[in-house]
Design a protein around this ligand. Structure first.
Ligand SMILES: [Zn+2]
Length: 87
């Protein structure tokens, strides 16, 4: 039996390309209940997640195609994600 080193693949909601989970940022709806999306750097927060390359270009694409709304089934504020990329 060979031990697989393959990681689960996830799709970036920006560029729609698949990548290993470790290459993507996990985004979740704020567990505090706000209608906003936050970055989950430790991938530990509960709830429905979405995945995005840590790349401003992917974020832009995701915003443009309203990928956040689709991933989180409703209008959400992605400002915290924007801030995360901000500096
Ligand atoms: Zn991407």
């Amino acid at each position: 039996m060979t031990r697989s080193t393959a990681e689960p693949l996830r799709t970036c909601i920006g560029c729609r390309r698949t990548a290993a989970r470790s290459e993507l940022l996990r985004l979740v709806r704020d567990p505090e209940g706000a209608q906003r999306v936050i970055v989950d750097p430790r991938r530990r927060l509960p709830g429905r997640g979405a995945w995005l390359h840590p790349d401003g270009a992917c974020l832009k694409q995701a915003v443009k195609r309203r990928a956040f709304q689709r991933a989180f089934r409703g209008p959400v504020d992605a400002t915290p994600v924007d801030d995360y990329f901000g500096d």
